[in-house]
Ligand binder design. Structure first.
Ligand code: ADP
Length: 706
């Protein structure tokens, strides 16, 4: 194992194996058939790539997606491991050439698509190679119970049987249901395999479920706060993808879309732009993602509930492959369950499988309603044992939302639904409560109901949003069918009788902090330049986590650079100087003192222990100086000083913002911001009376957290 450890450091630049990797590698190296079940992003590839380097001859990797294959081979070549692939993108001559090279021992790994194995001719060629290990990636594709059944996976076992020397057989998947596990063991012609279910926990992922909220508003707010981050938004239908995509595009975000309705060129272009960091946000159906190895995805938002936990964990697991903190947010709406049921009904499955799918959907719905630890729920689903009760890293363990009492509103909505005889949808109910003069409302005589117009202070959208929350919280429910009617559930009676209060949860969206944002930004730029020059995705050059560590540790020589996680010798040879020079220049320009790395841990020797400028301003202000005086003392513009004060307030220092807001104008400023939006200050200032200055507007924005 010492050798495996050395390879991990030399080629991959990692110090230690992750949970499970060591056992799996050991098992393969001992010559045992090995079946590993690990979640997406846990690091399956290393488990067969390291044995491939240590075993004699060639490792044949069967991988379902052409794009993934190319990516993996690019990544391997990039760290100096000779490998290649054979798939339908090559000509017959190229295939022959690669087989010849393989025969001559030029590669350690050969990736092929399963469809190839259906060709007798190709299998014949394979017989001429010295294959010591077969690694079946995404092994669940062999099972009809899996969510990505690929009939050609059936050709793997016959191939193994006909090879002159039986290779070690290994298989990898993230799917752990009983049926799939049994199928993989049965159908891949394993001989007494060691089976490992390991490391399903992805500690760096924060899981959250948001029920019943206005999804559009949530997504816009979230993206506004995380605009520099990379993320994926999954939606259930093409129509929804188009809608969300348009919304974000109009706001000027670097967003792409991906669904089966686009032609393959459009899809490919969109996927590549995302991989190369030209697009930050990808809005997609579940058609997107297989084959996306991008390591710096910081969030995955599900706009709709997926059909089961396997699909959810696989899609959500595309966040944070680099081990950095990332978020997986599921937006739950009761209508989505109806949609999933409808899709299931359309599916020509056997009764038994349909029942199974319904059960799985229900388990997904239960996930959205559990009040216990979300991580524990997921891990228990996948069969992991000995899990703690609280992870402190999910929205149930760490409830970060604010509560608003909407009992009165709920009572009004319930009584209106009751008076409309529970026969209409949410839109009409909202119109009646708003007091709309809409034709339908009048023709049904709903203007004569006692609940007509009792919520006129709200917009129709606000009333509908609240109704959706009440549905999601199971005070109300929707009937099935094309035009769902909204009805009262038992739970609503207690609210109507004043026995229960309804509290709406409003999540707080936190802004992300970046280590040394300016150096991180500079390094990202260099990585992008290299990526364009070498035509490989940025994350293949270096992962975000590697750049982030560089911007914490400021490595300025080879030794320090090799201590950064993700910098192996080959990578150092390729990119080391470029990054070292940039960091050196940065360190000089910013007068950063030396940083030491001891035992691979970073010990920062104080980075300029200067008091930050805005705190100097705050201290003077606390001494009783006016902002004008401070500007004179510090020889700075009043504008800068104002910004210092606002920054202090934002960072939680004790600043009384009311000092800067004229009381008589406060509500007018709020109204104006609501009307115009808070994107730019100038348009707000222009419509307000002259005596309201910029500082007052900024203070209001800060006070109300806009
Ligand atoms: P999977 O195939 O299981 O979805 P990958 O093999 O693509 O996951 O690995 C996910 C990420 O984790 C990759 O960026 C990989 O380099 C990284 N990784 C794997 N093993 C380790 C390790 N021991 N230490 C640090 N990072 C690792």
């Amino acid at each position: 194992m010492l050798q495996a450890q050395k390879i991990l450091k030399k080629y991959y630049g990692y110090e230690t194996f992750r949970s499970g990797q060591e056992k799996i590698i050991k098992s393969i190296l001992k010559g045992n058939d090995t079946f590993a079940i690990m979640p997406t992003g846990a690091g399956k590839s290393i488990c067969f790539q390291i044995p491939a380097l240590l075993l004699e001859g060639l490792t044949l990797v069967i991988s379902p997606l052409i794009s993934l294959m190319k990516d993996q081979v690019d990544a391997l070549e990039n760290i100096g491991i000779p490998s290649t692939y054979i798939n339908s993108s090559l000509t017959a001559i190229e295939v022959r050439e690669r087989i010849d090279h393989a025969k001559n021992g030029l590669y350690k790994l050969l990736y092929v698509a399963p469809e190839r194995l259906e060709s007798e001719n190709f299998c014949h060629l394979l017989k001429s190679l010295h294959i010591s290990l077969v690694a079946v990636d995404e092994a669940h594709c062999v099972s009809q119970w899996g969510h990505d059944f690929r009939p050609s996976y059936g050709a793997i076992a016959p191939l193994i049987k006909t090879l002159p020397n039986r290779p070690i057989v290994s298989a990898f998947t993230a799917t752990a249901t009983k049926e799939v596990k049994e199928d993989v063991v049965k159908l891949l012609s394993f001989e007494n395999p060691n089976v490992y279910v390991t490391g399903f926990d992805r500690e760096n992922l924060f899981f959250s479920v948001r029920r019943g909220m206005n999804k559009e508003d949530f997504i816009l707010d979230y993206i506004k706060e995380n605009k520099d981050e990379v993320g994926i938004i999954y939606a259930a239908t093409r129509k929804e993808v188009e809608h969300i995509y348009e919304n974000l595009r109009k706001k000027g975000y670097a967003v792409g879309k991906y669904h089966a309705g686009l032609d393959s060129d459009e899809r490919k272009k969109s996927q590549e732009s995302f991989i190369y960091d030209d697009l930050h946000i990808m809005v997609a159906t579940n058609a997107f993602g297989m084959g996306i190895d991008k390591s710096n995805v910081r969030y995955v938002i599900h706009h709709n509930i997926p059909k089961n936990m396997e699909a959810y964990y696989q899609e959500a697991g595309r966040a944070g492959r680099d081990g950095e903190h990332s978020e997986c947010i599921l937006l739950f709406g009761a209508q989505d369950v109806l949609l999933q049921k409808f899709l299931l009904e359309q599916n020509p499955l056997s009764l038994e499988r349909k029942r199974n799918e319904y059960r799985k959907l229900q388990e997904m719905v239960d996930y959205c309603y559990t009040t216990k630890c979300l991580r524990k729920y997921i891990l228990a689903y996948f069969g992991e044992e000995n899990i703690g009760n609280n992870c402190e890293n999910c929205s149930n363990c760490k409830d970060d939302s604010e509560l608003t009492d909407i009992t009165i509103e709920a009572q009004k909505i319930f009584s209106c639904i009751y008076r409309m005889k529970e026969k209409y949808g949410t839109s009409l109910v909202a119109q009646v409560l708003k007091g709309s003069k809409n034709k339908k409302v009048l023709s049904f005589g709903f203007d004569r109901l006692s609940t007509y117009g009792i919520m006129k202070e709200y917009t129709e959208k606000e009333i509908k949003d609240m109704t959706n929350i009440l549905i999601a919280e199971r005070y109300l429910y929707l009937t099935e069918g094309q035009y769902p009617m909204v009805r009262l559930a038992k739970k609503s009676i207690d609210v109507l009788k004043n026995r229960e209060r309804v509290l709406q949860k409003i999540p707080k969206i936190k802004e992300k902090a970046v280590t040394d944002s300016s150096l991180f930004g500079v390094l990202r730029k260099i990585r992008k330049e290299i990526s364009t020059r070498e035509k490989v995705p940025p994350y293949i050059v270096f992962a975000d986590s590697t750049l982030r560590q560089m911007s914490e540790a400021y490595p300025i020589d080879k030794e320090a650079m090799l201590n950064i996680k993700g910098v192996g010798e080959e990578k150092f040879k390729r990119y080391g100087d470029e990054f070292l020079n940039t960091i050196k220049k940065y360190v000089q320009e910013n007068q950063i003192k030396e940083v030491k790395i001891l035992d691979h841990k970073i010990v920062k020797e104080s980075k300029e222990e200067k008091i930050p400028s805005h705190i100097v301003t705050l201290n003077l202000y606390k001494e009783g100086k006016s902002l004008k005086e401070i500007a004179l003392i510090r020889e700075m513009t009043p504008f800068t000083i104002q910004n210092h004060i606002i920054r202090c307030a934002t960072e939680g220092f004790d600043v009384d913002l009311d000092d800067f807001i004229p009381k008589e104008y406060e509500s007018l400023i709020i109204k104006t911001i609501k009307k115009i939006g808070a994107e730019k200050l100038k348009p707000i200032k222009e419509v307000l009376p002259k005596e309201v200055d910029y500082l007052a507007i900024k203070a209001v924005l800060c006070k109300y957290n806009e």
